[in-house]
Design a protein around this ligand. Sequence first.
Ligand SMILES: Cc1cc2nc3c(=O)[nH]c(=O)nc-3n(C[C@H](O)[C@H](O)[C@H](O)COP(=O)(O)OP(=O)(O)OC[C@H]3O[C@@H](n4cnc5c(N)ncnc54)[C@H](O)[C@@H]3O)c2cc1C
Length: 381
Amino acid sequence: MDFFKNYLSETHLMIRDTAKKFAEKEVLPYVEEWEEAGEFPRELYKKAADAGLLGIGFPEEVGGSGGGAMETVMAIEGMMRGGSTGVSVGLWSLGIALPPLMYEGTDEQKERFVRPTLAGDKIACLGITEPNTGSDVAGVRTTAVRDGDHYIVNGAKTYITSGVRADFIMTLTRTSDDPHGGLTFLMIESDTPGVQVSRALKKTGWWASDTAELAFQDVRVPVENRVGDEGMGFFTLMRNFQSERLALAAYGVATAEICLEESLKYVHEREAFGRPIAKFQVTRHKLADMATRTLAAKSFVYQVASRVDEGDYLVKEVSMAKNLAAELAVDVSYEAVQLHGGMGYMREVVVERLSRDARLLPIGGGTQEIMKEIIAKNMGL
Ligand SMILES: Cc1cc2nc3c(=O)[nH]c(=O)nc-3n(C[C@H](O)[C@H](O)[C@H](O)COP(=O)(O)OP(=O)(O)OC[C@H]3O[C@@H](n4cnc5c(N)ncnc54)[C@H](O)[C@@H]3O)c2cc1C
């Protein structure tokens, strides 16, 4: 029985089911090949768009499928059944790249960038982090200097999800010295002269999603590609972080759920000392703890997502959900590997992959420590 059966609507269940079926058919059979290759085929974007998955969380007026935070959580849960966080975050890099356009963009910008991306024809990525600054966003040094109808952009970005093959980079640039008030978003098209992928980075996990280091050298970006007013970038980004962090919380819960299910199956199959390892009390208690924490975190993430959909701006709770679910994913995937013994260390089992993938969750989208700073600040500390 689904504990949340009274909580989820028919639409929620349908979205989760659609994403799950898509993942089982279009991702799962190829996942090992794509993980080893470090990317998935570009055509998957189109397939996911046609299934209505890329547009979840975006309004129909711009080509989206509608829905909000809760629908996004459902889609992530379903898509994770493909067994790879990398495929999912690669497909949905638009989920962190396009919201600034939805908050601040013009209709013309939405037509140029949002619609083709939701249709699966273009790939979008978000460029915030730089070689010298990540947590401290006010330290962004990539400059955008106005020159007539253009900005001239110079600098570098790193760890950019989908950056290797993205068509557009939602780029945070510095347009004045004011630490927070001097940041501005520009949508930079990757084929603009001076934009270069300096490196495709190799990672601990998320193998199927490409991750880039990018360089900008005298890149001429038309003023009409500025997203929002000059100097508003930091504030737009803070809003953007809310949906990114909630999505990462959903990845954490989905990771834990899959690892728990895989472990439950394995402990009945595997025998040691003449009995299934499920019979050892230490195994049973471990699984009881994993199940308890997973259900509690899932409840909290659902609650926060629902409140966000009601229009509440929940900075503290979103940060709490992100930390709770990220720690859950790391711990539960670790225990899942442990319960699988040597098999847990083999690439052929999903818990091995998810345990590597999970390690990113307390780092990406704002680290565990930064989340705690935000929570403490919002507690008046
Ligand atoms: C696989 C992957 C994908 C990513 N995708 C993207 C992407 O698409 N776009 C993008 O822009 N970025 C992306 N990132 C970057 C990610 O958001 C940053 O790595 C993250 O925000 C942390 O920044 P940092 O790496 O510079 O760490 P740092 O800021 O250098 O932090 C190092 C350590 O210091 C701690 N620390 C820093 N400041 C404080 C403080 N005030 N108090 C206490 N502790 C502190 C941190 O918590 C951390 O433990 C990605 C990263 C990875 C690994």
